[in-house]
Ligand binder design. Sequence first.
Ligand SMILES: Cc1ncc(COP(=O)(O)O)c(C=O)c1O
Length: 392
Amino acid sequence: MSTNASPATGRTPPLQTKLPAVGTTIFTVMSALATETGAVNLGQGFPDFNCDPRLVDDVTQAMQQGLNQYPPMAGVPALREAISRKIEALHGRHYSAADEITVTAGATQAIITAVLAIVRAGDEVIVLEPCYDSYVPNIELAGGVVVRVPLSPGTFRPDFDLIAAAITPRTRAILINSPHNPSATVWSEADMLRLQELLTPTDIFLISDEVYEHMVFDGQTHQSAARFPGLAARAFIVSSFGKTYHVTGWKVGYVAAPAPLTAEFRKVHQFNVFTVNTPVQHALARYMADPTPYLDLPAFYQRKRDLFRAGLERTRFKLLPSEGSYFQCVDISEVSDLGEADFAQWLTREIGVAAIPLSAFYGNGFDQRVVRFCFAKKDETLQAALDRLAKL
Ligand SMILES: Cc1ncc(COP(=O)(O)O)c(C=O)c1O
């Protein structure tokens, strides 16, 4: 042991980053700027209203009952059973609560755990851009190779010819997301059937990010991968209670996957988080007994979407469709000559409304003059934003 290194001059060894492209996310930057400038924050995707007080009561009660120690590794059985019943009622597929459903620390942990469970060094994983910002670093941490396929410019629909062309013998998985963040598009039954047709002859796994599953508008149905046997057999279906019950800070979600996939998933989960918040799981199990909150969610958010869109119609923004999720994208080209990122900064500082540039969801920063607003806000928040945007 060396004796001449004094503890007072301890040297931190140089660290070669595993994620050189990752810095502070645009969501953090825009939220900080919104706080600093007093702007209405329609940037980051979270509600500014509270959840159902019954749900808080249920958590309190669970804590008071002493449900405060480690739960089973895969999740509280009553919650897994409630999730299983919900999927079967909505999509007609039975997932065994014992072997096919795992409760996770939000969708974020669910996705990285699924990626780590299946992606080996050098495996290719297809992502459809624009995409949620955790997908690419997740694949890179697993040693995988990210294969980026663009959604169709302008419409953000999947281009199955491009997806088919991206498939190689090394393709291990594809990650999809419907309803889609950031574009607010929803995959149709025909889209899912086409994906099924494409994947059926292959051994490619599917990670289906369905966190906005209960926010689909205009009478459309969420086309979960659970509805398609050829997809369900290879899919990790991911959802988030944070989105569904207005509790994004609780970070609880789940994964439904066939037993052999769940077994591998749990091997990683066990040494990743091991278990998820006990009283919240008990509360969610109790709360899920009544399907009304999630069945009412489309109408709840559709009304907010319509209120927000009606106000935006009076500006020079060009509105893109918002078929699902709680996002509304707008084309800024009639309003400004700035690029998306500069426009988002200008909008926050000068107009007092924060938005997210779509370029943040592309690896190469592709700028198509579109920004995203989040309308998961109180009506008065939306109105305050609209009052400010009215001058554009
Ligand atoms: C598409 C998508 N996937 C996953 C997540 C993460 O969900 P959670 O908060 O449950 O980790 C989000 C949150 O914004 C999202 O938009």
